[in-house]
Design a protein around this ligand. Structure first.
Ligand SMILES: [Zn+2]
Length: 431
């Protein structure tokens, strides 16, 4: 199912729903049914994950986080959902929940946490949003307000500068996503529910207060780092005070100064080891934006000395080489990346782009088809699939992709190109 279809489905559902709020027990208008909610979450999950650079490649850490999340979810008001928790590989500091119980924490946020109770605090808060059905209600609302926007129009003014297409595609993925915006009341409710679940699952609710304090103090030092997170979860000192007084009145009898450290330290060891590499990676991304590719290359090589197994760093290095037209080196790096992490969309797309540029059209098609399976209906992927077939003189298949492209967008140079080809080949009647 394409993202666009999901949006339409959701619009339809939003007009038809009325369901019971599991926390309050009240009937609430405009909530999706639970089945629909789960279906939407399942359908959106891969796109959200890919737009956050995929999963952080540490299986032990992933299962550790998943197990903590599930132990909290079992104590929630909606234990029956198919919860799934993961760590996505972006430096952006954030955590988010999709309808139906799919919850992600970013490498950037997890890297700030110091014990398991703090992590449980972040996950418990997100479960609180899912339990009180803020997520379903919020998505319904934002979809309605976003409907006028062309969600899939990622075509930028590409002047045949192919490296820009890579960066635009990578950035365009994220631009298509709906950002949740919770109200202050919803935040208050999720905070209270999260701490309740923490205590029931054996965690120290003080961990939640600590995690908020970490975010609060970071936002004073580097406000830009928390923009995304605070956009969806409004932050205030009042939230910290509320949490403290809830602990004081409800949980004062608990041992509030012991925290769970050992497993946390063991499982986050690799993540903490690669943090310095990602600091260099983040700086390299800034250099790329200024088109200083040579400097980016040397910084990314240093990052790989610290973290040679990070696929994303290999991919970004490949993109920098590609921008400098150093195609052999670009190919080596993207191959290294795909060996480590075969299912990262941006890597498959970049691989297809490099191969197209070096006239390896058949190999390019193989890579782009894999990309198309990972994130369906990306305009640039569909365009290059068509162009590769055209280069191979397979007009019929090329026309099929160009038609598909025009169903996705009618704007931009690629759409114009596809339309002109279809006219020339007699598939549509020209002006
Ligand atoms: Zn929140």
């Amino acid at each position: 199912m394409t993202f666009y279809k999901i949006v339409l489905l959701l619009l339809f559902l939003s007009l038809s729903g009325c369901a019971t709020n599991p926390v309050t027990g009240e009937k609430q208008l405009n909530l999706m049914s639970e089945d629909r909610e789960m279906a939407m979450g399942d359908a959106c999950y891969p796109v959200y994950t890919q737009s956050s650079n995929g999963l952080f490649q540490d299986k032990d850490l992933q299962s550790y986080v998943n197990q903590i999340g599930k132990s909290l979810a079992q104590k929630s008001h909606r234990p029956q959902l198919n919860y799934e928790f993961n760590v996505v590989n972006t430096s952006v500091i954030n955590a988010y929940a999709l309808p139906g119980g799919k919850i992600s924490i970013t490498r950037g946020l997890l890297g700030l946490m110091k014990n398991e109770d703090q992590l449980a605090g972040v996950l418990g808060h997100e479960i609180g949003h899912v339990s009180a059905r803020h997520v379903a209600a919020g998505y319904t609302r934002s979809v309605l307000t976003n409907l006028g926007l062309s969600l899939l129009d990622t075509v930028m003014s590409a002047k045949e500068v192919k490296h820009r297409e890579y960066y635009n595609t990578a950035a365009g993925l994220a631009a298509n996503l709906i950002v949740m915006k919770y109200s202050r009341d919803q935040e208050r409710e999720a905070d209270a529910l999260g701490m309740e679940y923490m205590v029931k699952a054996g965690y120290n609710p003080q961990g939640f207060v600590q995690s908020m304090q970490i975010l609060q103090s970071l936002s004073q030092r580097e406000p830009s780092k928390l923009e995304v997170m605070f956009q969806s979860h409004p932050m205030s000192l009042e939230r910290i005070e509320n949490a403290k007084s809830q602990i004081h009145s409800n949980f004062a009898a608990l041992p509030l100064d012991t925290f769970q450290l050992d497993e946390f330290e063991k499982n986050t060891k690799y993540l903490k080891k690669v943090i310095p590499a990602y600091k260099q990676y983040d700086q390299a991304e800034e250099l790329v934006k200024k088109e200083k590719f040579g400097e980016a290359v040397s910084l990314l090589k240093k990052a790989l000395d610290i973290a040679p197994d990070e696929a994303l760093i290999h991919t970004t290095l490949s993109a920098a080489y590609f921008a400098e037209k150093r195609y052999d080196e670009a190919m080596d790096e993207i191959e290294s990346s795909l060996v480590i992490y075969p299912d990262l969309f941006v890597s498959r797309f970049l691989s297809g782009l490099i191969l197209h540029t070096t006239n390896e059209f058949e190999e390019s098609i193989t890579q782009l088809k894999t990309a198309d399976n990972l994130v369906c209906d990306n305009v640039n992927v569909v365009f290059y699939l068509g162009l590769n077939h055209e280069k191979l003189r397979d007009q019929e298949t090329a026309a099929r992709y160009y038609k598909r492209l025009l169903q996705l967008t009618n704007k931009g140079e690629k759409a114009v190109y596809a339309y002109q080809r279809l006219c020339e080949w007699g598939y549509v009647r020209g002006r």
